[in-house]
Design a protein around this ligand. Structure first.
Ligand SMILES: [Zn+2]
Length: 307
């Protein structure tokens, strides 16, 4: 049985989005809720175009559909099916594999894979929240990448750093960042992006953290005693993450996207007011992505302000 959000049941979803037109109207209402601005010349005046919900700039004649310049850009299948994928990805506690989406929706697995990865782009942290007070940081290994080069098999570990905020009441947030190696320069990225400088940071025994003590005075590297783990909560989270990656993705090829997806849901597991609509909103504000962008990690995530 699928775990679904408290706020929006499957029945509610079907009532809210019974067909493609209701989805297109929703995109139009949300995209231009603060007013229209031409994507090409930034003028504010528009008139209706041939297709319902399209807007035509009166200054330059540019016609823009509600899907254009969002993560729904150049989508080749039914918009209602796309909304259903967003619904399933956001409300299934453990996410959903592209093979399962393909079976449920009657779409090609590659089509589902690409659109699911577009959804995952909108799950990346916007770096608005800094972890503070008690923070645990640890390095972990999340799979192995096997490459054959000149007939020789090379195995490269997929490494990540996790940062978790400890709270006496309720659940603290956690973020994950893929790293190429465990040098201080790589480890610094997650601290810089997600941890407040005044936080008391406890790390596992990795010596690479010691070089960051000048920048983060509250950083403490705890040496592991036999049979004891210095960062218990983060260790438990890393075990859940590893189990999830093996179960859903089967490998750790595009690791940063998997980390973004996992922690997007984990950090919002108590969200009462609709994770699905929140994710749709993020997709509307996100710039378009192609297959090339996704597999090459380019360009950097960017949110568009339509107001
Ligand atoms: Zn224009």
């Amino acid at each position: 049985m699928e775990a679904i959000s408290k706020s929006l049941s499957l029945f509610d979803f079907q009532q809210l989005f019974p067909d493609d037109e209701s989805c297109l109207k929703y995109l139009s209402d949300k995209k231009w809720k603060d007013g229209y601005s031409c994507h090409r010349c930034h003028k504010k005046k528009y008139c209706r175009s041939v297709k319902k919900y399209d807007r035509r700039c009166t200054a330059c004649g540019y016609i823009e559909s509600p899907k254009a310049n969002t993560l729904f850009h150049h989508m080749k299948f039914s918009l209602q099916k796309a909304f259903y994928i967003v619904y399933l990805v956001s409300t299934n506690k453990r996410g959903i594999a592209s093979t399962e989406l393909s079976r449920k929706l009657g779409l090609r697995q590659k089509t589902c894979w690409l659109f699911k990865h577009k959804v995952m782009q909108a799950m990346a942290s916007r770096k608005k929240y800094s972890l503070s007070n008690e923070v645990e940081v640890m390095t972990c290994e999340l799979g192995v990448n096997r490459i054959v080069k000149d007939g020789i098999k090379i195995e490269k570990k997929k490494l990540a750093v996790l940062a978790h905020e400890k709270k006496s009441k309720g659940r603290g947030k956690t973020y994950g960042h893929k790293v190429d190696n465990l040098s201080a320069k790589e480890l610094n990225v997650i601290l810089n992006d997600h941890v407040d400088k005044s936080a008391h940071i406890k790390t596992n025994g990795w010596h690479g953290f010691a070089a960051l003590q000048n920048k983060y005075p509250g950083l403490k590297t705890v040496i592991c005693k036999k049979g004891k783990r210095p960062v218990v909560m983060t260790y438990r989270i890393s075990c859940g993450l590893l189990h999830w990656i093996r179960g859903i993705h089967g490998h750790a090829e595009l690791l940063q996207y998997y980390l973004d997806e996992y922690f997007f849901r984990l950090n919002r597991c108590d969200m009462e007011d609709g994770l699905f609509l929140h994710l749709l909103d993020r997709m509307i504000k996100h710039e378009p992505r192609t297959y090339y962008d996704i597999v090459n990690f380019t360009p950097k995530a960017l949110f568009i302000d339509y107001s």
